[in-house]
Design a binder for this molecule. Structure first.
Ligand SMILES: Cc1cc2nc3c(=O)[nH]c(=O)nc-3n(C[C@H](O)[C@H](O)[C@H](O)COP(=O)(O)OP(=O)(O)OC[C@H]3O[C@@H](n4cnc5c(N)ncnc54)[C@H](O)[C@@H]3O)c2cc1C
Length: 545
């Protein structure tokens, strides 16, 4: 492994952003666009070919494409996570340039108004984020037709399920044209893909940022902690990770700022290592290898970092139908169907331009609980399961869920989900069960064979039979560990960052990523995180120097 080189001691940056995911990349672009010098630090290697990534199967050799660029290879993260997934997190997360936006399935949704209005404080409501949303969707519009010939491949599962739901009274919608229509509606999966490739922030915001002299990117560089004196942050201490940088990098004296965009686990970990968080967690860091050099306890800032953890609680059902056709996306790594590889390479068309494993359709329902809360269910179908005519459909419970968990740190400095956030309230469970009962009812005469739950097993028995742990219910949509709000955690409140995303008790430390989201959203979160980053950039730029 190549050794790190020392960070230059004679250069400072107006903004140092840690983490190049859904939050970090758009932020880096907007802050550098405003004329500031910006350093973006990413612990992992380049991913997409555009940025010098090299990981690819044989059939992509000689092209500028990597495994990250081809939608049909997105599930390779599960087959071969080595060198791609984070090793210090007990959940799946992308530790490469682009973070989750480099490894995810590319699903891309405009938020339902309640995602923001129910979860977020004043100033971050649907109407407040409308302009940011507009900016995001003008740069990354998303598509329901990833294949560049406009055709839909292997659409049997989609056609069968949409047809059945429509017969049962569900309405077909183009989801991102009608983000508010999420009750008994069904639509196409919408992806951030563009030109038949992954697209997203790596192909838009990072491209414009990189064209500016004021922008610097360091990959292979781990931020260990922020360097601070009391409430004032002066820079970031680095850990060697191959050919990246080591030492300390400083922000512009007096006016410089550090922004953590290292993800729901990564940003919380950085806060703990910087002496910011609940005392029990800071004491663990104190007893870790960091201990001897950790900031002294009289400068610790006690905030509820790591609490309020949430994720979509996933409930997988499996149904089969004779029309459904399976496509071996995993097999496409070594042995793609020759013609499919050829058409993908020649014109970005065919099954490999679609996300594995043929994710489609998506449908939604809102269940109002006895507690009066609207709980949003997002159902996501894919073609895989125990039969070659199976569809597995995951039901996600999002907006309105009242269960929360906790993430903590170990002495080895790994983050763990110590309290899973799944189905901890009766009303959350009731909504999940009711949603399943409603779907069974809607599909009852549609010719599907129910593999799971099996006939004779009630929805309630089925939901209760799946352990409420991340390996069985996890959705990789982690949020909430550094919640935004006006009820400062310094005064026994629940918020870690204020309405400008500034960490309470600090002058110039910010968090902008999934961590600040107070409660789970209806659908997959990445587009909303980019919207939040756009909005946060405007808020931060408006602060007095
Ligand atoms: C397998 C998978 C599939 C998914 N599918 C979808 C989907 O289809 N649609 C969707 O909307 N969402 C999806 N998600 C979720 C989505 O990708 C995440 O919610 C989103 O990327 C989170 O954004 P973020 O900015 O908070 O963090 P991330 O995107 O995770 O970015 C954090 C970045 O910080 C870096 N980092 C962490 N610690 C440090 C450190 N100490 N120093 C330097 N760098 C650091 C990481 O390497 C990473 O690049 C998926 C997630 C996974 C894991």
């Amino acid at each position: 492994q190549t050794a790190c080189s020392a960070a230059p001691s004679d250069v400072t940056y107006d903004y140092i952003i840690v983490g190049s995911g859904a939050g970090g990349i758009p932020l880096a672009d907007r802050l550098s666009e405003a004329g500031h010098s910006v350093l973006l630090i990413e612990k992992g290697p380049p991913s997409s070919g555009r940025w010098g990534g090299t990981m690819k199967p044989k059939w992509l050799e000689g092209t500028n494409l990597t495994r990250f660029d081809v939608p049909g290879l997105c599930n390779q993260i599960w087959a071969d996570p080595k060198g791609v997934s984070c090793t210090d997190v007990d959940q799946m997360a992308g530790c490469v340039l682009g973070g989750g936006t480099a490894v995810n399935a590319g699903l891309w949704w405009k938020p339902h108004p309640e995602d923001l209005n129910v979860n977020f404080p004043a100033g971050w409501q649907s109407k407040d984020l409308a302009a940011a949303s507009e900016r995001v969707f003008s740069r990354i519009p998303g598509t329901i037709n990833p294949s560049q010939d406009g055709k839909r491949y292997l659409s049997q599962a989609f056609d069968t399920l949409v047809g059945s739901l429509k017969k049962a009274g569900w309405e077909y919608v183009v989801a991102n044209s009608n983000p508010e229509k999420k009750n008994r509606t069904v639509g196409d999966a919408t992806y951030m893909f563009s030109g038949g490739e992954r697209g997203g922030p790596l192909a838009t915001y990072l491209v414009t940022a990189s064209a500016r002299k004021s922008f610097t990117l360091w990959t292979h560089t781990i931020a260990k902690r922020v360097v601070r004196s009391g409430s004032h942050v002066t820079g970031v201490e680095l850990e060697c990770n191959g050919p990246g940088r080591s030492g300390v990098v400083s922000v512009t004296p007096k006016t410089g700022r550090v922004i953590l965009s290292a993800g729901a686990f990564g940003s919380a970990k950085l806060l703990f290592r910087s002496g910011i968080g609940p005392t029990d967690q800071l004491n663990i860091v104190k007893n870790s290898p960091d201990g001897p050099t950790m900031i002294s306890s009289d400068q610790w800032i006690n905030l509820p970092v790591g609490y309020n953890l949430n994720d979509h609680v996933g409930t997988d059902i499996e149904i089969s139908h004779p029309n459904v056709v399976f496509y071996d996306y995993y097999g496409a790594w070594n042995n793609p169907i020759a013609n499919d590889a050829k058409t993908y390479l020649a014109s970005r068309t065919g099954p490999l331009s679609q996300a594995a494993p043929n994710i489609n359709p998506i449908f939604w329902e809102i269940i109002t609980g006895k507690d009066g809360i609207n709980r949003h269910l997002h159902w996501q179908a894919r073609v895989e399961g125990s039969l070659n005519t199976s569809m597995t459909i995951t039901q996600y419970l999002g907006t309105g869920s009242t269960s929360r968990g906790r993430m903590t740190i170990t002495r080895q400095l790994n983050t763990v989900v110590s309290t899973p956030p799944y189905l901890r309230t009766d009303e959350d469970k009731a909504a999940v069960i009711k949603g399943l009962v409603n779907l069974q009812e809607s599909l009852k005469d549609a010719g599907f064979t129910w593999v799971n739950p099996k006939p004779g097993v009630s929805a309630e028995q089925f939901v209760n039979s799946i352990p409420a742990i991340p390996s069985r219910r996890g959705s990789n949509h982690w949020v909430g560990t550094a919640k935004i709000g006006t009820d400062s955690g310094l005064a026994n409140g629940t918020a870690v960052v204020d309405l400008n995303t500034k960490v309470y008790g600090t002058d110039n430390l910010f968090v902008v990523d999934a961590s600040i989201i107070p409660g789970e959203l209806t659908a997959n979160p990445s587009a909303t995180i980019v919207i939040l980053a756009e909005h946060a950039a405007a808020k931060i730029l408006a602060l007095p120097a």
